[in-house]
Write a protein that binds this ligand. Structure first.
Ligand SMILES: NC(=O)c1ccc[n+]([C@@H]2O[C@H](COP(=O)([O-])OP(=O)(O)OC[C@H]3O[C@@H](n4cnc5c(N)ncnc54)[C@H](O)[C@@H]3O)[C@@H](O)[C@H]2O)c1
Length: 424
Protein backbone atom coordinates (compact mmCIF):
# COMPACT_ATOMS: atom_id res chain seq x y z
CA UNK A 1 0.00 0.00 0.00
CA UNK A 2 1.21 3.49 -0.84
CA UNK A 3 2.05 6.01 1.83
CA UNK A 4 -0.37 8.86 1.23
CA UNK A 5 1.26 11.36 3.62
CA UNK A 6 3.71 12.48 0.97
CA UNK A 7 3.29 13.48 -2.65
CA UNK A 8 6.71 13.58 -4.25
CA UNK A 9 7.93 15.43 -7.33
CA UNK A 10 11.31 14.68 -8.91
CA UNK A 11 12.58 17.65 -10.91
CA UNK A 12 14.96 16.69 -13.75
CA UNK A 13 14.45 13.20 -15.20
CA UNK A 14 17.89 12.23 -16.48
CA UNK A 15 20.27 9.43 -15.49
CA UNK A 16 19.70 10.24 -11.82
CA UNK A 17 16.18 11.61 -11.61
CA UNK A 18 14.27 9.08 -13.68
CA UNK A 19 15.36 5.88 -11.86
CA UNK A 20 14.76 7.74 -8.59
CA UNK A 21 11.25 8.72 -9.68
CA UNK A 22 10.47 5.14 -10.72
CA UNK A 23 11.66 3.85 -7.34
CA UNK A 24 9.73 6.45 -5.32
CA UNK A 25 6.58 5.76 -7.36
CA UNK A 26 6.49 2.24 -5.85
CA UNK A 27 5.88 3.67 -2.38
CA UNK A 28 4.44 7.18 -2.77
CA UNK A 29 2.27 9.13 -5.14
CA UNK A 30 5.07 10.46 -7.39
CA UNK A 31 5.40 12.95 -10.21
CA UNK A 32 8.34 13.25 -12.58
CA UNK A 33 8.86 16.75 -13.98
CA UNK A 34 11.27 17.80 -16.73
CA UNK A 35 11.58 21.01 -18.75
CA UNK A 36 12.53 18.92 -21.78
CA UNK A 37 9.21 18.11 -23.44
CA UNK A 38 10.80 15.54 -25.77
CA UNK A 39 12.15 13.67 -22.76
CA UNK A 40 8.68 13.63 -21.21
CA UNK A 41 7.04 12.44 -24.41
CA UNK A 42 9.69 9.68 -24.86
CA UNK A 43 9.13 8.53 -21.29
CA UNK A 44 5.36 8.62 -21.77
CA UNK A 45 5.98 6.28 -24.72
CA UNK A 46 7.96 4.02 -22.35
CA UNK A 47 11.29 4.93 -23.91
CA UNK A 48 14.18 5.82 -21.61
CA UNK A 49 17.00 6.89 -23.92
CA UNK A 50 19.54 6.67 -21.09
CA UNK A 51 18.99 2.90 -21.14
CA UNK A 52 18.62 2.78 -17.36
CA UNK A 53 14.97 1.71 -17.10
CA UNK A 54 13.36 -0.98 -19.25
CA UNK A 55 10.20 -0.13 -21.22
CA UNK A 56 8.15 -2.70 -19.37
CA UNK A 57 9.13 -1.18 -16.01
CA UNK A 58 8.06 2.28 -17.20
CA UNK A 59 4.81 0.90 -18.57
CA UNK A 60 3.97 -0.88 -15.33
CA UNK A 61 4.97 2.02 -13.09
CA UNK A 62 2.58 4.42 -11.42
CA UNK A 63 4.74 7.46 -12.13
CA UNK A 64 3.00 10.62 -13.38
CA UNK A 65 5.10 12.38 -16.03
CA UNK A 66 4.71 16.06 -16.79
CA UNK A 67 6.23 19.33 -18.01
CA UNK A 68 3.33 21.25 -16.58
CA UNK A 69 3.84 23.22 -13.40
CA UNK A 70 0.15 23.04 -12.45
CA UNK A 71 0.31 19.25 -12.21
CA UNK A 72 2.85 19.31 -9.39
CA UNK A 73 1.56 22.18 -7.28
CA UNK A 74 -0.07 19.81 -4.79
CA UNK A 75 3.19 17.94 -4.08
CA UNK A 76 4.78 18.46 -0.65
CA UNK A 77 8.25 16.99 -1.35
CA UNK A 78 10.39 18.30 -4.24
CA UNK A 79 13.59 16.46 -5.15
CA UNK A 80 15.94 18.31 -7.48
CA UNK A 81 18.13 16.21 -9.79
CA UNK A 82 19.16 18.68 -12.50
CA UNK A 83 22.62 18.79 -14.13
CA UNK A 84 25.56 20.62 -12.54
CA UNK A 85 28.16 20.92 -15.32
CA UNK A 86 31.16 23.24 -15.60
CA UNK A 87 31.50 26.14 -18.02
CA UNK A 88 34.28 26.73 -20.55
CA UNK A 89 36.59 28.10 -17.90
CA UNK A 90 35.94 25.00 -15.76
CA UNK A 91 33.90 26.89 -13.19
CA UNK A 92 30.62 25.49 -11.78
CA UNK A 93 27.66 26.23 -14.03
CA UNK A 94 24.77 26.49 -11.59
CA UNK A 95 22.25 27.66 -14.21
CA UNK A 96 19.97 24.60 -14.09
CA UNK A 97 20.21 24.36 -10.30
CA UNK A 98 19.31 28.03 -9.86
CA UNK A 99 16.41 27.86 -12.27
CA UNK A 100 15.06 24.66 -10.64
CA UNK A 101 15.36 26.35 -7.21
CA UNK A 102 13.42 29.41 -8.39
CA UNK A 103 10.85 27.14 -9.97
CA UNK A 104 10.34 25.29 -6.67
CA UNK A 105 10.20 28.65 -4.90
CA UNK A 106 7.21 29.53 -7.08
CA UNK A 107 5.21 26.47 -6.04
CA UNK A 108 6.17 25.41 -2.52
CA UNK A 109 3.78 25.85 0.38
CA UNK A 110 4.37 26.06 4.12
CA UNK A 111 5.61 22.73 5.58
CA UNK A 112 6.97 21.42 2.27
CA UNK A 113 10.37 19.74 1.97
CA UNK A 114 12.93 20.38 -0.81
CA UNK A 115 15.75 17.85 -1.29
CA UNK A 116 18.76 18.37 -3.55
CA UNK A 117 20.56 15.41 -5.13
CA UNK A 118 22.67 17.21 -7.75
CA UNK A 119 26.42 17.14 -7.10
CA UNK A 120 27.69 20.50 -5.82
CA UNK A 121 30.42 21.98 -3.62
CA UNK A 122 30.01 22.22 0.17
CA UNK A 123 27.85 25.23 0.97
CA UNK A 124 26.12 25.47 -2.40
CA UNK A 125 22.66 24.40 -1.22
CA UNK A 126 22.64 26.82 1.70
CA UNK A 127 24.36 29.74 -0.05
CA UNK A 128 23.00 29.54 -3.60
CA UNK A 129 19.82 27.47 -3.70
CA UNK A 130 17.91 28.10 -0.48
CA UNK A 131 18.05 31.93 -0.83
CA UNK A 132 16.41 31.61 -4.26
CA UNK A 133 13.60 29.48 -2.85
CA UNK A 134 13.13 31.93 0.03
CA UNK A 135 13.09 34.94 -2.29
CA UNK A 136 10.53 33.49 -4.71
CA UNK A 137 8.27 31.91 -2.08
CA UNK A 138 8.62 34.51 0.68
CA UNK A 139 8.91 31.51 3.02
CA UNK A 140 11.74 31.04 5.54
CA UNK A 141 13.91 27.95 5.86
CA UNK A 142 13.23 25.88 8.98
CA UNK A 143 10.35 28.12 9.95
CA UNK A 144 8.10 27.62 6.91
CA UNK A 145 9.80 24.92 4.84
CA UNK A 146 12.59 22.37 5.24
CA UNK A 147 15.51 21.36 3.09
CA UNK A 148 17.66 18.26 2.65
CA UNK A 149 20.64 17.15 0.61
CA UNK A 150 21.16 13.52 -0.34
CA UNK A 151 23.83 12.93 -2.96
CA UNK A 152 23.25 10.42 -5.71
CA UNK A 153 25.81 7.65 -6.08
CA UNK A 154 24.37 5.55 -8.88
CA UNK A 155 26.68 4.35 -11.60
CA UNK A 156 24.88 4.31 -14.99
CA UNK A 157 25.24 1.07 -16.90
CA UNK A 158 26.01 -0.80 -13.64
CA UNK A 159 23.43 -3.50 -13.08
CA UNK A 160 24.95 -4.64 -9.78
CA UNK A 161 25.19 -1.43 -7.75
CA UNK A 162 21.86 0.35 -7.91
CA UNK A 163 19.58 2.71 -6.06
CA UNK A 164 18.19 -0.01 -3.82
CA UNK A 165 21.52 -1.36 -2.61
CA UNK A 166 23.79 1.70 -2.39
CA UNK A 167 24.05 3.32 1.05
CA UNK A 168 22.36 6.72 0.84
CA UNK A 169 23.83 9.69 2.68
CA UNK A 170 21.07 11.90 4.07
CA UNK A 171 21.19 15.36 5.62
CA UNK A 172 18.74 18.07 6.62
CA UNK A 173 18.52 21.76 7.40
CA UNK A 174 17.49 20.81 10.96
CA UNK A 175 16.73 17.66 12.96
CA UNK A 176 13.16 17.46 11.70
CA UNK A 177 14.28 17.77 8.07
CA UNK A 178 16.97 15.12 8.58
CA UNK A 179 14.46 12.65 9.99
CA UNK A 180 11.99 13.33 7.18
CA UNK A 181 14.66 12.85 4.49
CA UNK A 182 15.88 9.71 6.21
CA UNK A 183 12.39 8.23 6.44
CA UNK A 184 11.66 8.93 2.77
CA UNK A 185 14.87 7.35 1.47
CA UNK A 186 14.78 4.41 3.87
CA UNK A 187 11.79 3.16 1.85
CA UNK A 188 13.57 3.09 -1.50
CA UNK A 189 17.01 2.01 -0.28
CA UNK A 190 15.52 -1.34 0.61
CA UNK A 191 18.69 -3.44 0.42
CA UNK A 192 21.10 -1.01 2.10
CA UNK A 193 21.14 1.62 4.82
CA UNK A 194 20.76 5.34 4.94
CA UNK A 195 23.65 7.20 6.57
CA UNK A 196 22.70 10.32 8.52
CA UNK A 197 25.17 13.21 8.61
CA UNK A 198 24.99 16.37 10.68
CA UNK A 199 24.70 19.04 7.98
CA UNK A 200 23.94 19.74 4.34
CA UNK A 201 27.60 20.74 3.88
CA UNK A 202 28.95 17.37 5.16
CA UNK A 203 26.73 15.51 2.68
CA UNK A 204 27.71 17.82 -0.19
CA UNK A 205 31.41 17.46 0.64
CA UNK A 206 31.20 13.67 1.01
CA UNK A 207 29.85 13.31 -2.52
CA UNK A 208 32.31 15.65 -4.16
CA UNK A 209 35.32 14.01 -2.50
CA UNK A 210 34.25 10.50 -3.56
CA UNK A 211 34.63 11.51 -7.18
CA UNK A 212 37.70 13.66 -6.56
CA UNK A 213 39.44 10.74 -4.88
CA UNK A 214 38.68 8.52 -7.86
CA UNK A 215 39.97 11.19 -10.25
CA UNK A 216 43.23 11.47 -8.31
CA UNK A 217 43.71 7.72 -8.04
CA UNK A 218 43.36 7.44 -11.81
CA UNK A 219 45.68 10.43 -12.31
CA UNK A 220 48.30 8.59 -10.28
CA UNK A 221 48.19 5.46 -12.44
CA UNK A 222 48.05 7.61 -15.57
CA UNK A 223 51.28 9.25 -14.44
CA UNK A 224 52.75 5.79 -13.83
CA UNK A 225 51.77 4.83 -17.40
CA UNK A 226 53.67 7.87 -18.73
CA UNK A 227 56.74 6.97 -16.68
CA UNK A 228 56.68 3.26 -17.55
CA UNK A 229 56.38 3.99 -21.25
CA UNK A 230 59.70 5.83 -20.98
CA UNK A 231 61.15 2.88 -19.06
CA UNK A 232 59.74 0.45 -21.59
CA UNK A 233 57.92 -1.64 -19.02
CA UNK A 234 54.31 -2.79 -19.08
CA UNK A 235 52.13 -0.75 -16.69
CA UNK A 236 49.43 -3.41 -16.35
CA UNK A 237 51.97 -6.04 -15.35
CA UNK A 238 53.45 -3.67 -12.78
CA UNK A 239 50.02 -2.87 -11.33
CA UNK A 240 48.98 -6.53 -11.28
CA UNK A 241 52.16 -7.37 -9.40
CA UNK A 242 51.80 -4.48 -6.93
CA UNK A 243 48.15 -5.42 -6.38
CA UNK A 244 49.24 -8.64 -4.71
CA UNK A 245 49.96 -6.46 -1.66
CA UNK A 246 46.84 -6.20 0.56
CA UNK A 247 46.73 -2.41 0.70
CA UNK A 248 47.64 -1.49 -2.89
CA UNK A 249 44.69 -0.05 -4.85
CA UNK A 250 44.75 -1.49 -8.39
CA UNK A 251 43.37 1.43 -10.42
CA UNK A 252 43.72 1.27 -14.20
CA UNK A 253 45.11 4.10 -16.32
CA UNK A 254 42.78 5.60 -18.93
CA UNK A 255 40.63 8.47 -20.13
CA UNK A 256 38.58 10.31 -17.52
CA UNK A 257 35.51 11.79 -19.17
CA UNK A 258 31.82 12.08 -18.39
CA UNK A 259 29.99 14.61 -16.30
CA UNK A 260 31.02 13.35 -12.85
CA UNK A 261 34.65 12.32 -12.24
CA UNK A 262 36.08 14.83 -14.72
CA UNK A 263 33.79 17.64 -13.53
CA UNK A 264 33.09 17.35 -9.80
CA UNK A 265 36.68 18.05 -8.64
CA UNK A 266 36.32 21.52 -10.21
CA UNK A 267 33.36 22.19 -7.90
CA UNK A 268 35.59 21.48 -4.93
CA UNK A 269 38.56 23.49 -6.24
CA UNK A 270 36.23 26.42 -7.01
CA UNK A 271 35.01 26.49 -3.42
CA UNK A 272 38.56 26.05 -2.11
CA UNK A 273 39.70 29.00 -4.25
CA UNK A 274 37.02 31.37 -3.03
CA UNK A 275 37.72 30.26 0.54
CA UNK A 276 41.36 31.36 0.17
CA UNK A 277 43.07 28.03 -0.45
CA UNK A 278 44.62 27.25 -3.84
CA UNK A 279 44.41 23.50 -4.35
CA UNK A 280 47.43 21.98 -6.10
CA UNK A 281 47.15 18.20 -5.98
CA UNK A 282 43.55 18.07 -7.19
CA UNK A 283 44.24 20.40 -10.12
CA UNK A 284 47.46 18.61 -11.04
CA UNK A 285 45.48 15.36 -11.24
CA UNK A 286 42.82 17.03 -13.38
CA UNK A 287 45.41 18.46 -15.76
CA UNK A 288 47.12 15.11 -16.18
CA UNK A 289 43.84 13.26 -16.77
CA UNK A 290 42.64 15.93 -19.21
CA UNK A 291 45.77 15.44 -21.31
CA UNK A 292 45.56 11.66 -21.64
CA UNK A 293 43.65 11.77 -24.95
CA UNK A 294 46.44 13.73 -26.65
CA UNK A 295 49.06 11.45 -25.13
CA UNK A 296 47.30 8.30 -26.34
CA UNK A 297 46.96 9.68 -29.89
CA UNK A 298 50.65 10.55 -30.03
CA UNK A 299 51.63 7.17 -28.69
CA UNK A 300 49.56 5.44 -31.37
CA UNK A 301 51.21 7.57 -34.06
CA UNK A 302 54.69 6.69 -32.74
CA UNK A 303 53.79 2.99 -32.67
CA UNK A 304 52.53 3.17 -36.26
CA UNK A 305 55.78 4.83 -37.35
CA UNK A 306 57.75 2.13 -35.54
CA UNK A 307 55.91 -0.44 -37.71
CA UNK A 308 56.80 1.53 -40.87
CA UNK A 309 53.18 2.54 -41.43
CA UNK A 310 52.82 5.81 -43.33
CA UNK A 311 50.71 7.89 -41.03
CA UNK A 312 49.28 10.34 -43.55
CA UNK A 313 46.11 8.83 -45.05
CA UNK A 314 46.41 5.75 -42.85
CA UNK A 315 43.12 4.12 -41.80
CA UNK A 316 42.28 4.10 -38.13
CA UNK A 317 39.25 2.58 -36.41
CA UNK A 318 38.18 3.98 -33.05
CA UNK A 319 35.99 1.54 -31.12
CA UNK A 320 33.72 3.37 -28.69
CA UNK A 321 32.83 7.01 -28.14
CA UNK A 322 30.89 7.02 -24.88
CA UNK A 323 32.65 8.11 -21.71
CA UNK A 324 32.24 4.66 -20.20
CA UNK A 325 31.36 1.10 -21.14
CA UNK A 326 27.88 -0.31 -21.78
CA UNK A 327 26.15 3.05 -21.52
CA UNK A 328 25.00 5.57 -24.21
CA UNK A 329 26.32 8.68 -22.43
CA UNK A 330 28.66 10.74 -24.63
CA UNK A 331 28.84 13.84 -22.42
CA UNK A 332 32.40 15.09 -22.04
CA UNK A 333 33.82 12.02 -23.78
CA UNK A 334 37.60 12.22 -23.86
CA UNK A 335 37.72 9.86 -26.85
CA UNK A 336 37.06 13.06 -28.79
CA UNK A 337 40.51 14.34 -27.76
CA UNK A 338 42.11 11.17 -29.19
CA UNK A 339 40.18 11.60 -32.46
CA UNK A 340 40.95 15.33 -32.79
CA UNK A 341 44.64 14.77 -32.19
CA UNK A 342 44.79 11.91 -34.73
CA UNK A 343 43.04 14.17 -37.26
CA UNK A 344 45.96 16.59 -36.99
CA UNK A 345 48.07 13.91 -38.72
CA UNK A 346 45.67 13.68 -41.71
CA UNK A 347 44.59 10.17 -40.86
CA UNK A 348 41.28 8.65 -42.01
CA UNK A 349 39.25 7.82 -38.94
CA UNK A 350 36.20 5.58 -38.65
CA UNK A 351 34.34 5.63 -35.36
CA UNK A 352 32.14 2.73 -34.35
CA UNK A 353 29.91 2.69 -31.28
CA UNK A 354 26.76 0.56 -31.24
CA UNK A 355 25.57 2.27 -28.03
CA UNK A 356 25.03 5.75 -29.47
CA UNK A 357 22.97 7.05 -32.34
CA UNK A 358 24.53 8.87 -35.24
CA UNK A 359 22.21 11.87 -34.92
CA UNK A 360 23.19 12.60 -31.31
CA UNK A 361 26.90 12.35 -32.13
CA UNK A 362 26.45 14.69 -35.09
CA UNK A 363 24.57 17.22 -32.97
CA UNK A 364 26.99 17.17 -30.07
CA UNK A 365 30.37 16.67 -31.76
CA UNK A 366 29.75 17.18 -35.48
CA UNK A 367 31.05 13.65 -36.18
CA UNK A 368 29.60 10.80 -38.27
CA UNK A 369 29.64 7.25 -36.97
CA UNK A 370 30.48 4.22 -39.09
CA UNK A 371 28.10 1.32 -39.31
CA UNK A 372 29.12 -2.33 -39.06
CA UNK A 373 30.48 -2.19 -42.65
CA UNK A 374 33.72 -1.09 -40.93
CA UNK A 375 34.22 -4.79 -40.16
CA UNK A 376 34.75 -5.41 -43.87
CA UNK A 377 37.76 -3.10 -44.03
CA UNK A 378 41.42 -3.41 -43.02
CA UNK A 379 42.84 -0.84 -40.61
CA UNK A 380 46.40 0.31 -39.94
CA UNK A 381 45.45 0.97 -36.38
CA UNK A 382 42.54 0.13 -34.10
CA UNK A 383 41.99 1.98 -30.85
CA UNK A 384 39.79 0.23 -28.33
CA UNK A 385 38.64 3.31 -26.44
CA UNK A 386 35.64 1.98 -24.53
CA UNK A 387 35.18 -1.52 -23.13
CA UNK A 388 31.62 -2.15 -24.41
CA UNK A 389 31.06 -5.90 -24.03
CA UNK A 390 30.31 -6.27 -27.79
CA UNK A 391 33.86 -5.22 -28.64
CA UNK A 392 35.34 -8.29 -27.01
CA UNK A 393 33.64 -10.42 -29.69
CA UNK A 394 35.21 -8.58 -32.64
CA UNK A 395 37.58 -10.71 -34.74
CA UNK A 396 40.41 -8.22 -34.85
CA UNK A 397 42.58 -10.41 -37.10
CA UNK A 398 39.99 -9.97 -39.86
CA UNK A 399 40.21 -6.17 -39.89
CA UNK A 400 43.96 -5.74 -39.42
CA UNK A 401 47.13 -6.58 -41.36
CA UNK A 402 50.33 -7.97 -39.92
CA UNK A 403 51.77 -4.54 -38.96
CA UNK A 404 48.55 -2.96 -37.66
CA UNK A 405 48.78 -1.35 -34.26
CA UNK A 406 45.99 -2.19 -31.81
CA UNK A 407 45.89 0.15 -28.86
CA UNK A 408 43.79 -1.22 -25.99
CA UNK A 409 43.17 1.82 -23.78
CA UNK A 410 41.05 -0.21 -21.36
CA UNK A 411 43.40 -3.21 -21.08
CA UNK A 412 40.61 -5.67 -21.75
CA UNK A 413 41.78 -7.53 -24.85
CA UNK A 414 43.14 -11.02 -24.28
CA UNK A 415 46.77 -11.66 -25.11
CA UNK A 416 47.05 -12.62 -28.76
CA UNK A 417 50.52 -13.26 -30.09
CA UNK A 418 49.36 -12.83 -33.68
CA UNK A 419 48.28 -9.23 -33.09
CA UNK A 420 50.29 -6.15 -32.16
CA UNK A 421 48.33 -5.20 -29.04
CA UNK A 422 49.57 -2.32 -26.85
CA UNK A 423 48.19 -0.99 -23.63
CA UNK A 424 48.60 2.17 -21.61
N1 LIG B 1 24.74 10.46 -14.16
C1 LIG B 1 25.42 10.03 -13.11
O1 LIG B 1 26.11 9.03 -13.15
C2 LIG B 1 25.37 10.76 -11.80
C3 LIG B 1 25.70 10.07 -10.63
C4 LIG B 1 25.64 10.74 -9.43
C5 LIG B 1 25.31 12.08 -9.41
N2 LIG B 1 25.02 12.75 -10.56
C6 LIG B 1 24.64 14.16 -10.47
O2 LIG B 1 23.22 14.23 -10.59
C7 LIG B 1 22.84 15.42 -11.28
C8 LIG B 1 22.00 15.08 -12.50
O3 LIG B 1 22.81 14.35 -13.39
P1 LIG B 1 22.19 13.50 -14.58
O4 LIG B 1 23.31 12.68 -15.12
O5 LIG B 1 20.93 12.81 -14.16
O6 LIG B 1 21.83 14.66 -15.61
P2 LIG B 1 21.02 14.52 -16.99
O7 LIG B 1 21.53 15.55 -17.88
O8 LIG B 1 20.98 13.08 -17.41
O9 LIG B 1 19.52 14.88 -16.58
C9 LIG B 1 19.12 16.08 -16.10
C10 LIG B 1 17.66 16.33 -16.49
O10 LIG B 1 17.28 17.56 -15.89
C11 LIG B 1 16.47 18.27 -16.82
N3 LIG B 1 16.53 19.67 -16.44
C12 LIG B 1 17.51 20.59 -16.65
N4 LIG B 1 17.18 21.75 -16.08
C13 LIG B 1 15.96 21.59 -15.52
C14 LIG B 1 15.08 22.44 -14.79
N5 LIG B 1 15.43 23.69 -14.51
N6 LIG B 1 13.90 21.94 -14.36
C15 LIG B 1 13.56 20.67 -14.64
N7 LIG B 1 14.33 19.80 -15.33
C16 LIG B 1 15.52 20.27 -15.75
C17 LIG B 1 17.11 17.97 -18.17
O11 LIG B 1 16.17 18.20 -19.22
C18 LIG B 1 17.48 16.49 -18.00
O12 LIG B 1 16.45 15.63 -18.45
C19 LIG B 1 24.15 16.15 -11.59
O13 LIG B 1 24.43 17.04 -10.56
C20 LIG B 1 25.17 15.03 -11.60
O14 LIG B 1 26.46 15.50 -11.29
C21 LIG B 1 25.02 12.11 -11.76
Amino acid sequence: MKNLDNKICIIGLGYVGFPLAIEFSKYYKTYGFDVNKTRISDLKNNLDKTGEIASITIKESDLNLTSNKDDIKSCNVFIITVPTPIDESKKPDLGALRSASEFVGEIIKPNDLVIYESTVYPGCTREECIPLIEKKSKLKLNKDFLCGYSPERINPGDKVNNLKNITKIVSGSNEKALNMVDKLYSKIVSEAETFKVSSLEIAEAAKVIENTQRDLNIAFVNELALIFEKLNINTKEVIDAAATKWNFLPYKPGLVGGHCIGVDPYYLTHKADISGYSPEIILAGRKLNDNMGFYIAERVIKLMISKSIIVENSNILVLGLTFKENCPDIRNSKVIDVINELREYNTNIDIYDPWVDDKTVKNVYGLSLSDSSCFNKKYDSIILAVAHSQFLEIKLEKITHDRSVIFDIKSVLPNNRNLNIYQL
